[in-house]
Write a protein that binds this ligand. Structure first.
Ligand code: UD1
Length: 426
């Protein structure tokens, strides 16, 4: 259990350095299963989800650890791979399931627990499974495990029912070592897919079209260990912009990739927040008020579902009425109930939230239900008058944000941990 205490309603000032992308790092670490030898990956954020995937790799027989001498660097030594992923870790973090593709490609057999339910929706893995079947694997369910078998995967044309990020990644990883050519149609186009493809290409894979809806992969017989650096975290960058804007602060958010933040930037601009942009930074100058805007979450390049809660928090203080529609996950509005506890005026209608901007938020105890809900409550708490106590029972915020408390405190936020939160991997 972690508790954070905030005394809000203070403009943030200063510089915010964006960490490496969690959602790029997770599949890239999973992909090291495909690479015999020693792989070194830089710009890995130090956070709980990364620790979980490192534990998955270790359980699979690889050696993986954060470097003691180089910050944010993880080294993986891959000499042998086991085919069974541990129940406790896969059920703890859905992205652990993404190891199914690389394990199957390397071992011809993968036994991975079903990830199970999660706070923001049911999140099945049927598209991953169909992808493995498309590559010639026989897949069945037994005692809660997905068991996939194929002596040798065979390239094929695979049309995804939905541009699932994880399924695109599973199939892309598996197809790198398949016989012949694989074409993934209706592929996800997120920057994290491109980063994974670039990593695999550096390791010797033949991949074209990542970042478009059609990815072509020509199977090779082996991949080799490499050194690689992860892209910046666009969601962390967006969260920092939201925090600066809602507190009417002046913050330079640095070390991001502007091209990845297009949809997010447009919404802040539409709401009247002044932003000075360069290719790798956003200066937020938010002394004045801001207007309501509507958002609808969509696969990339649309507005990311992972920024919906933080933007909703920001819009609670906008002038006018905003409509926030969630199309990716069926149950991603839990933060709305907690935002109401802070004084927000929000009505839920199916998959939409109607937010009538209020003049102020007032601090209250709130509960964190999932990672981005936690980020939204943090953003709102920074703007709320008085004390906000965030109860983060399952350490959701630490799952996805590196040093976020220290980073916001360095911008002048009055924020502290009520109970220490110490976890290390080494
Ligand atoms: C990834 C991100 C997550 C983000 C999500 C959507 C990582 C580690 N996580 O999750 O932060 O919120 O993309 O941008 O990168 N679906 C199915 N069947 C499947 C797979 C997905 O029905 O086999 C559904 C999901 O339930 C969800 C939608 O498709 O409603 C999108 O899921 P997906 O793109 O797969 O998300 P993840 O890869 O799990």
């Amino acid at each position: 259990m972690q508790r954070l205490c905030l005394h809000g309603n203070k403009p943030l000032h200063g510089e915010f350095n964006v960490s490496g992308s969690k959602n790029a790092a997770l599949p890239i670490l999973a992909a090291t299963i495909l690479l015999p030898g020693m792989t070194k990956i830089r710009n890995i954020p130090n956070l709980l989800d990364i620790i979980t995937i490192i534990r998955v790799l270790r359980a699979l027989g690889l050696r993986a650890e954060y470097s003691l001498s180089e910050p944010n660097t993880v080294t993986v030594w891959n000499q042998q791979v086991r085919h069974v992923a541990p129940y406790e870790l896969v059920t703890k973090m859905r992205a652990s399931f993404f190891v199914i593709g690389p394990i199957l490609a390397v071992k011809g057999l993968a036994k991975i627990p079903l990830p199970g339910g999660c706070a923001i929706g049911s999140r099945p893995v049927d598209i991953h499974i169909k992808g493995m079947e498309g590559l010639g694997a026989k897949v069945h369910l037994e005692h809660g495990f997905v068991i996939a078998e194929a002596k040798k995967l065979k390239g094929n044309s695979i049309l995804l029912d939905f541009p699932s990020v994880g399924a695109t990644e599973s199939v892309m990883m598996a197809a790198t070592l398949a016989e012949g050519e694989t074409i993934i149609e209706n592929a996800a186009k997120e920057p994290e897919i491109v980063d994974l493809a670039n990593f695999l290409i550096k390791a010797g894979a033949k991949i074209e079209g990542a970042g478009t809806e059609k990815i072509r992969i020509s199977g090779v017989t082996r991949l080799s260990a490499v050194e690689y650096s992860i892209i910046p975290d666009r969601i962390e960058a967006g969260t920092a912009i939201a925090a600066a804007a809602i507190t009417r602060g002046h913050v330079l958010v640095k070390g991001l990739k502007l091209a990845h933040l297009d949809a997010i930037i447009k919404k802040f601009q539409e709401s009247g927040v002044k932003l000075n942009l360069t290719d790798n930074s956003v200066e937020v100058l938010a002394e004045n008020g801001f207007q309501a805007v509507d958002i609808k979450t969509m696969p990339y390049p649309g507005f990311p579902t992972d920024m919906q809660p933080q933007l909703a928090a920001f819009l609670t203080l906008a002038k006018g009425t905003s409509v926030v529609s969630e199309t990716i996950f069926e149950n991603r509005f839990m933060h709305m109930h907690e935002l109401k506890r802070l004084g927000a005026d929000i009505k839920l209608e199916g998959q939409s939230a109607i937010i009538n901007g209020v003049a102020k938020l007032s601090g209250a105890p709130v509960k964190v239900s999932d990672l981005r809900a936690g980020a939204a409550l943090l953003v709102a708490g920074l703007a709320a008058e008085g004390e906000t106590l965030l109860e983060d029972r399952d350490h959701h915020i630490g799952r996805g944000y590196e040093n976020i408390i220290d980073k916001f405190a360095a911008l002048g936020a009055d924020i502290c941990r009520v109970k220490p939160d110490v976890q290390t991997v080494n």
